[in-house]
Design a protein around this ligand. Structure first.
Ligand code: ADP
Ligand code: MG
Length: 397
């Protein structure tokens, strides 16, 4: 996969109509519809402001929630247009439809330096089907396509990939950074490359483990998935999270690492509990065997030391998946310690995955990382080395 793509700076946008795919999929209060976190709108500002400064006429578009091709008043982008207007300090013209009369008339009248927002793309079922006619109609309003919705680049939808067949397509600053930092780490990492993999299940991370085994110098396993690995190594796991169907696979991964000369680290101690609850008492297990009737909830102090040391001399660290049940304070220490180790190393540090990003933010280390990949599913597929349709469709640099 080629991560070297043209950006908004490599193309002339002055006086042109630019279709800008944003990720305005913001969380909303169920009762009032109020936007509860406008981080994604703020994240889009640098690209929008750049385009406006360049005197482009910006036709922004996004999806919101899962209307499944139907018009749902609760999922209108009108509140986003309002919030965007407040943040920009400038009018945001809102179209009442997507490729209908209102959108087309407003797009045609849009002047350089002005911005408008189309209604929720997923109100039209042709969007998620990547319908070529729909893509063509979207494209017909503009002269250039800029993609800046990293969270949807793993989907081949009309607005994320289809339109690129009809317009010159480049990335905005958000996607550019993802490609530079994450793409750089995958294609040409500063070594040693240490991959820390945790989270709940082996089965949801097979692709990531597989790909990183081919790239990394060291692989560190923690979290719920580590018990399937421990079981494969003959350890007792009590009633820890275990995926029976993946024990053999985990064993094979350990062998594959040996063959490739990749150092693979598994927990050497842990914290266990008799039940999965926030007020469960933490029992220190000084070894790899979890006692009967207990479940592993976090890595222990020796493992923390081992993992922190492995990160110290790294050139690059890619981290996906918490080391324990960090949502419960008694079992957050492993994840916190790894976050701290990443914060203190000179390595390029990259965090991918929805819960991992949330954990790093919750523990207060977000601004200490080189990069936190913003798309949950998209960043997982990125780490799997999969071709991302929303990236592949952009012009090569
Ligand atoms: P990401 O979203 O970053 O890819 P995952 O979704 O794979 O991460 O995993 C996150 C979840 O894994 C968290 O909710 C966390 O509580 C859970 N988890 C971590 N360690 C354990 C464990 N030992 N037992 C059960 N669940 C765990
Ligand atoms: Mg998750």
């Amino acid at each position: 996969m080629n991560y070297n793509k043209k950006t908004v700076k490599d193309i002339d946008v002055a006086g042109k109509k630019v279709l800008l795919r944003c990720d305005f999929n913001v969380p909303q209060d169920k009762a009032t519809g109020a936007i509860t976190d406008d981080k994604r709108i703020r994240a889009a500002l640098p690209t929008i402001q750049y385009l406006l400064e360049q005197n482009a006429a910006v036709i922004a578009c996004s999806h919101l929630g899962k209307p499944k091709g139907e018009w749902k008043e609760s999922l209108t982008l009108a509140p986003v247009a309002k919030r965007l207007s407040e943040l920009l300090g400038k009018d945001v013209i809102f179209a009442k439809d997507i490729v209908g009369e209102d959108a087309k008339a407003k797009a045609a009248a849009l002047q350089p330096g002005q911005i408008m927002l189309l209604e929720n793309l997923r109100f039209d079922k042709r969007e998620e089907k990547n319908d070529p006619e729909f893509a063509k109609e979207l494209a017909s309003m503009a002269e250039v396509y800029v993609s800046d919705a990293f969270g949807t680049v793993h989907r081949a939808h009309a607005s994320t990939a289809g339109v690129a067949a009809y317009l010159p397509a480049v990335s905005g600053f958000l996607i550019q950074k993802e490609l530079e930092v994450m793409g750089g780490a995958l294609a040409n990492p500063k070594r040693p490359l240490v991959a820390i993999l945790g989270g709940s299940k082996v089965s949801s991370k097979i692709g990531v483990i597989n790909n990183l085994l081919n790239i990394a110098d060291t692989i560190i396993i923690g979290g719920g998935m580590s018990y399937t690995f421990a079981k494969a190594q003959g350890a007792k796991v009590g009633k820890s999270l275990l995926e029976e169907d993946w024990i053999q696979y985990a064993g094979e991964m350990v062998e594959k690492a040996k063959e490739k000369g990749v150092k693979l680290l598994l927990p050497v101690d842990g914290l266990a509990a008799t039940e999965f609850s926030a007020d469960a008492e933490a029992h220190l297990v000084d070894g790899v065997d979890i006692p009967d009737g207990m479940m592993g909830m976090d890595i222990g102090p020796k493992t923390i030391q081992l993992y922190s040391d492995a990160v110290k001399d790294a050139g690059t660290v890619i981290w996906n998946g918490p080391m324990g049940v960090f949502e419960f304070p008694a079992f957050a220490e492993g994840t916190r310690a790894v976050a701290k180790a990443l914060a203190e190393t000179d390595a390029i540090t990259i965090v991918g995955g929805g819960d991992s990003a949330a954990a790093v933010a919750q523990l207060g280390y977000a601004d200490k990382m080189t990069h936190i990949s913003t798309g949950g599913g998209a960043s997982l597929e990125f780490m799997e080395g999969k071709e991302l349709p929303g990236v592949a469709c952009l012009l090569d640099a």
